[in-house]
Write a protein that binds this ligand. Structure first.
Ligand SMILES: [Zn+2]
Length: 165
């Protein structure tokens, strides 16, 4: 799923861990659960609008990607004290999409990028999805599939507010 969703999950997990566990378990469990959350959340990305390749000429794709990214950055600033949860909830994306993809791009001589290759953590996500969530519909190219992700994000924001008040 997108940056905003992983950020909100990370924040939610860190708040919960710090409510229920004492030092050092609050820290350790935040790192572990936030990291593992990425695999579960991404396994469900099949029911969200999530094209594997960019569609720069499609205004809907462009707007959606700007919204989920900018809202993600705003959430990072707003919830900065929960940076550990946010960081570990996004670690597989940082590794696969930022670090590995950058190296891969530099190595690519044909100018063609294979978006399915070399995604180390997301291959594990694909396996989890194939083994457990194969029964879910595949909406990655369906524009209406922004709705499930928006609903998840709203639920997370409400959950975070409830934990904070
Ligand atoms: Zn991911």
């Amino acid at each position: 799923m997108n940056l905003i969703t992983h950020v909100l999950i990370g924040v939610y997990i860190q708040i919960l861990c710090f409510i229920f566990f004492a030092f050092p378990f609050n820290f350790l469990l935040t790192l572990l659960i936030a990291f593992l959350s990425h695999f579960i959340v991404d396994a469900f990305s099949k029911i969200t609008y999530h094209t594997p390749e960019p569609h720069w000429d499609d205004k809907f794709w462009l707007s959606w990607n700007i919204i989920v990214r900018v809202s993600g950055y705003i959430a990072i600033i707003l919830f900065f004290p929960y940076y550990l949860g946010m960081l570990f909830a996004n670690l597989p994306d940082i590794w696969d999409w930022v670090i590995v993809r950058r190296i891969q791009k530099r190595r690519n001589i044909n100018g063609e990028i294979d978006y399915h290759h070399n995604n180390f953590f997301h291959r594990i996500v694909d396996k989890i999805r194939e083994k457990t969530l194969f029964w879910l519909p595949n909406w990655i190219y369906e524009k209406k599939a922004v709705i499930p992700e928006i609903l998840i994000d709203i639920a997370l924001i409400i959950g975070i507010i409830f934990l904070m008040i």
